[in-house]
Design a binder for this molecule. Structure first.
Ligand SMILES: NC(=O)c1ccc[n+]([C@@H]2O[C@H](COP(=O)([O-])OP(=O)(O)OC[C@H]3O[C@@H](n4cnc5c(N)ncnc54)[C@H](OP(=O)(O)O)[C@@H]3O)[C@@H](O)[C@H]2O)c1
Length: 265
């Protein structure tokens, strides 16, 4: 069944989600205060643009809140009375918790936290989703929506901080590794744009190998490491310099930081 989906806060993330969902035939209602920047959307079929959040949610089967965390409380209070009875409410605001959603909307409303990453703009996000008790039975409907903009996984809310590090910050970690590969390529004699293309496609290929084969990374590494060859020689120098260890320490430091920020806000 095609749903009506209201996206409250059609900024970077909201519009990325809208782009993925628009192709699926769902009706979309997009809101932001300054709607002028949404003029190219208002002429599209099955899309309504408004600055009126209350009007936007009145007919919506799903409401996606994609505003900054500091704006969530006020917007939830504003729309609360106008939500349809069986509406699903999905909040993407980093750090905004299910108990905060329930404090305004009540625990009988099906509420969800979704944590995508910036690859959502090219429909290649990894989106982690957690639900409150009421929402568990309809979690698959929310997963289905975000499956239009990448892969999804349902997790416990207690894992959301770790998910933020691995998935949302994770994009930056992988980009920095691609940059390091590019710098190495330039040192080996390639022009920088050529080195970047080689590094990017190789990273993409490595990820696709794992996704399509289901293999463990080490099994794929075994396939390219000839005994005494150049690949194992390079890999071992990287490991002696602490590559895996640096990555793991970075992830845990990032996790400590996100918990510290949470405990002081
Ligand atoms: N970008 C990502 O990939 C990503 C990933 C994971 C999580 N998140 C989370 O998603 C949320 C949105 O991120 P973003 O990068 O898309 O931010 P953004 O570009 O700043 O988008 C937020 C939008 O909300 C609109 N807005 C503000 N107040 C509003 C109101 N009262 N009613 C309706 N719309 C309102 C703003 O437009 P106006 O000023 O015109 O109203 C703006 O376009 C954040 O909480 C962030 O933590 C983002």
């Amino acid at each position: 069944m095609k749903s009506t989906i209201a996206i409250i806060g059609a900024g970077n993330l909201g519009l990325s989600i809208a782009s993925g969902l628009h192709q699926t035939g769902h009706s979309l209602v997009l809101t932001r205060r300054k709607t002028a920047s949404l003029s190219s959307w208002s002429t599209r079929e099955n899309v309504e643009v408004t600055s009126d959040n209350i009007q936007a949610v009145t007919k919506a089967d799903v409401v996606i809140i994609a505003v900054q965390p500091s704006q969530c409380d006020r917007i939830l209070r504003q729309i609360k009375q106008s939500l349809q009875k069986n509406c699903l409410v999905v909040c993407t605001a980093a750090g905004y918790q299910i108990e905060q959603l329930e404090a305004v909307l009540g625990s009988n409303t099906a509420v969800y936290r979704a944590m995508p990453n910036t690859a959502i703009s090219v429909q290649a996000s990894m989106t982690l989703i957690a639900s409150n008790e009421t929402g568990v039975s309809r979690l698959s409907e929310v997963e289905e929506l975000f499956a239009h903009v990448g892969e999804t996984l349902a997790i416990e809310e207690s894992q959301m901080q770790a998910a933020t590090v691995l998935c949302a910050s994770g994009i930056a970690f992988w980009l920095r590794l691609i940059r390091a590969n590019t710098q190495g390529g330039v040192q080996l004699g390639f022009e920088s744009e050529v080195a970047l293309k080689i590094a990017t496609q190789t990273a993409y290929g490595a990820a696709r190998l794992l996704i399509e084969s289901g293999n463990h990374p080490e099994a794929e590494i075994d396939r390219v490491t000839t005994p005494s060859g150049c690949t194992i020689t390079g890999l071992n120098v990287m490991e002696h310099s602490g590559m895996s260890s640096a990555f793991i320490q970075g992830l845990t430091a990032s996790f400590d930081k996100i918990n510290e920020i949470k405990s002081t806000t």
